[in-house]
Design a binder for this molecule. Sequence first.
Ligand SMILES: Nc1ncnc2c1ncn2[C@@H]1O[C@H](COP(=O)(O)OP(=O)(O)O)[C@@H](O)[C@H]1O
Ligand SMILES: [Mg+2]
Length: 254
Amino acid sequence: MARPSSSTASTRAAEVPQASVELEAVTKVYGSGPTAVRALAGVDLRIEEGAFVAIMGASGSGKSTAMNIIGFFQSPTAGAYRFMGVDGSRLGRRQRTLLRRHFLGFVFQGFNLLARTTALENVELPLIYRGTAPAERRRLGLAALEKVGLAGREHHTSAELSGGRQQRMAIARAIVSEPALLLADEPSGNLDSRTSLEVMALLGGLNRDRGTADAGRGDQACTPGHQPQCSSRVPDHARHRHRRGCRDRPGDYR
Ligand SMILES: Nc1ncnc2c1ncn2[C@@H]1O[C@H](COP(=O)(O)OP(=O)(O)O)[C@@H](O)[C@H]1O
Ligand SMILES: [Mg+2]
């Protein structure tokens, strides 16, 4: 299988920024024997703090597989994956779950929203897993909905919202816990071209806002797939300061 190519819009600061994500010669093989599928074949990828990155490639080239490895849903068959300096192969199941909960936000392909549940309930879900108190959940949930332009729609169910608004709701759910890394798998794949541009602009804006307000913690990676109108939206503005000495690191959850 072809490797997904990567492009990063981040600009190197004078000091070398720390990598959030480092894949080194990562190979992923599904199955075994004659039916084995080599989804990734020796991929090297480095995503620095604050970067906004698109993983590009044709359908079947291994983009989702790469995202699943970066998000600790799958392990590489061979090669190394380090997240914020922590070697993924040393983490057990429970540690991976905690790491996902505390450091990562996901926008899944096809939204994965609960259809008959309100926007606010959907967005609060990651905070329930984190054990956040109800009043604080509500405050953070409303703030996340506002950030994605869904203020006033907190009581709508996802079934009542358009595709673009559902995607915004999925993004709000992914950012509500202020993740260090936001992963979005083909975030505009199911949307018309105008809506997909809006969604990419929203992701770029969130990255930029985090980059200045909270330098070094606003990383985002997304896979717009092979849609040129989306790749052109990966901004070239991303110029981030590297913040030293983040208080909590994934290693704290070992
Ligand atoms: N769970 C799986 N079991 C077997 N093959 C898989 C599995 N997931 C993906 N593949 C195969 O791995 C290759 C890469 O898939 P994927 O990572 O989904 O690519 P993309 O997201 O770029 O479309 C494809 O050939 C796909 O059929
Ligand atoms: Mg995919």
